[in-house]
Design a protein around this ligand. Structure first.
Ligand SMILES: Cc1ncc(COP(=O)(O)O)c(C=O)c1O
Length: 376
């Protein structure tokens, strides 16, 4: 007997706007098939226009590369300690390891699920007491929800420790009228295939000072000295974005706001149809916060109920995903110090990301909601 496969619903799939191919074609027509060119320049310019304020943007090969360069520019080196939000994707922490530094993980608070100001102070003071003042703080706007920027910035200034603002999931979110990506000493963005807009793979560094952008581009293009021959006085990377991919990025920037609107619509739809259930909890925006709602997440009463919903969706060919497993519980990072109170572990155990793509149809959302309603 032939089995009928239900149509797949992805967690968060790429959503082209239609304008991308024109810019990619331009790159072919003009032979700018290189990790520089007009698409890279114009993509950067469109991000600067979107973010506003006093920003300079360097388009790179990935968000991970951007975090790596950000930490290097801030002077992180072998033997240093770097504080990192524990509740995140591993790419927030991996670059700390690339530099031979030690990650110090800090747990989240319940209002935004991001780095806890209270535990951050506790961690900084404990490390200073040990004679190891941290060199940087990696704070993350997880799932698009801004971290408590006023508090975190105040702590950063008080102790003189700069923030690398991991805005990989938060392009289009804002905090008290400031766009995410512009809130830290250095901001980073990701254009990975699952993000709110994508270049298939890519990222960007956001800085205030043009000289810092120049340094980032220098490091991202093999740190070549100013000489007619190839001369190098420092170690460089091959981290610049390709002009082909930047063409995709230009087209995507033209539809960014509609992508944010659609993802916010997804959240509202889920909330409208599921919030009455005592088994389903949503994370509201605190006043003054606006999340791009990259992924809509729900909290269930227990690991068992979370799994019941996830497996029921899977059975119907619908992809969902447990919330990020905190870094301080990951085998690769288990030996590093952490300052935790169980918040992110609890979120991980009970939380689920629902399909959230901007290309979901209302019929897809209905299918998901109806299934959850029958399972609870
Ligand atoms: C929170 C966070 N930080 C960093 C990254 C790394 O970005 P990329 O995949 O572009 O390297 C991602 C996404 O992949 C992410 O979700």
């Amino acid at each position: 007997m032939k089995t009928i496969t239900k149509e797949k619903i992805w967690l968060s799939s790429p959503h082209m706007g239609g304008g991308e191919q024109k810019y990619v074609q331009e790159a072919f027509d003009t032979n700018w098939v290189a990790p520089l060119g007009p698409n890279v320049d114009n993509f950067e310019k469109s991000i600067v226009e979107f973010l506003g304020g006093n920003t300079n943007v360097a388009a790179l090969s990935s968000g991970t590369a951007a975090i790596h360069l950000a930490l290097e520019i801030l002077g992180v080196t072998s033997g240093d300690e770097v504080i990192c939000q524990s509740f995140t994707f591993s790419a927030s922490a991996n670059p700390i390891m690339y530099l031979g530094a030690t990650p110090i993980f800090v747990d989240s608070e319940k209002d935004t699920w991001n780095i806890s100001p209270k535990l951050l102070i506790e961690a900084i003071e404990a490390r200073i007491a040990l004679g190891k003042k941290p060199k940087a703080i990696v704070a993350v706007h997880l799932y698009g929800m801004p971290y408590k920027a006023d508090e975190i910035t105040r702590i950063s200034e008080k102790y003189g420790i700069p923030v690398v603002e991991d805005s990989a999931e938060a392009l289009g979110s804002y905090y008290k009228d400031k766009k995410c990506g512009t809130l830290g000493a250095i901001g980073i963005l990701s254009f990975n295939g699952n993000k709110i807009i994508t270049t298939s793979g890519g990222g960007a560094l956001v800085v205030k000072d043009e000289a810092i952008k120049k340094k980032a581009v220098f490091l991202a293009t093999q740190a070549r000295d100013d000489a007619p021959h190839y001369q190098h006085s420092s170690v460089g990377y091959n981290y610049r974005m390709s002009n082909i991919l930047a063409g995709i990025g230009r087209g995507q920037m033209e539809v960014l706001q509609s992508r944010v609107d659609q993802r916010r619509f997804n959240y509202t739809f889920y909330k409208k149809h599921l919030a009455h259930l005592s088994e389903v909890e949503f994370l509201d925006e605190p006043s003054g916060y606006s999340s791009n709602r990259w992924l809509t997440c729900i909290l269930t009463p227990s690991f068992e109920i979370r799994e019941e919903i996830r497996l029921a969706l899977l059975e119907e060919n619908i992809e969902s995903r447990p919330l990020w497993k905190p870094m301080h519980l990951q085998p690769v990072f288990i030996e590093y110090p952490n300052y935790s109170d169980g918040t992110s572990e609890d979120l991980f155990n009970r939380g689920l990301c629902l399909p959230s793509g901007s290309n979901l149809l209302e019929s897809d959302l209905k299918r998901i909601v109806e299934l959850i309603l029958t399972k609870i």
